[in-house]
Design a protein around this ligand. Structure first.
Ligand code: S3P
Length: 191
């Protein structure tokens, strides 16, 4: 079953949230469930550089990464609905926020801080956490970013105690509630 109509004509689903929120895995679940095309800004940037994200940060710096991230977002086709997975810092640039707001329903994946940090530190591919005290760094990043996510999100899902599939189901249910199907003409006439 395709759910593409639930977001209204032309509106993609974009996943935002801090590192460890589960954007990539939930994005893949949504892709499987809806059949919508899937784009991941981190993957696009990495492919364009031919380097991993930590290598890009180390060799070119965060500024170049951010520029490439915006370019990746700009180049995602807009003519059909899609699922867009973003890096946690996508909300840092006003231009990114404007692109997202104009094209997509913005879904913020959040969780309690400990859960997010545990998930984020499972992999070593997050250059922003390559610090002396990753826990403290994470707390600072989360504190600074949460208001930015909250400010642009259409939907927030607390993923703390949910599996990735449950998060995908919750998102689709919330999208359906945002766009209830109009009554069929027959039922409308009968009432
Ligand atoms: C970043 C998050 C990462 C990646 C890069 C910067 C951030 O993506 O874009 O390391 O600024 O929070 P994930 O959120 O998928 O880890």
């Amino acid at each position: 079953m395709r759910y593409s109509s639930v977001t209204g004509v032309g509106r993609s689903i974009v996943l935002i949230g801090v590192m460890g929120a589960g954007k990539s895995t939930v994005g893949r679940c949504l892709h499987r469930r809806t059949g919508l095309a899937l784009h991941d800004t981190d993957e696009i940037v990495a492919a364009n550089f031919g380097r991993s994200i930590p290598e890009i940060f180390a060799e070119h710096g965060e500024k170049k990464f951010r520029e490439a991230e915006t370019e990746a977002l700009r180049r995602i086709p807009t003519e059909e609905q899609r699922i867009i997975i973003t890096g946690g810092g996508i909300v840092l640039r006003k231009e990114n926020v404007e692109i997202l707001k104009s094209q997509a329903v913005i879904v913020w994946l959040d969780a309690d801080e400990e859960t997010l940090f545990t998930r984020a530190s499972r992999k070593s591919n997050r250059p922003l956490l390559h610090t002396k005290n990753p826990r403290k760094t994470f707390s600072q990043i989360l504190g600074a970013r949460r208001p930015l996510y909250a400010n642009i999100a259409d939907i927030r899902v607390d993923t703390s105690v949910l599996t990735d599939e449950e998060v995908a189901v919750a998102i689709l249910a919330k999208l359906r509630r945002m766009n209830p199907k109009p009554e069929s003409p027959v039922r409308a006439r009968a009432s």
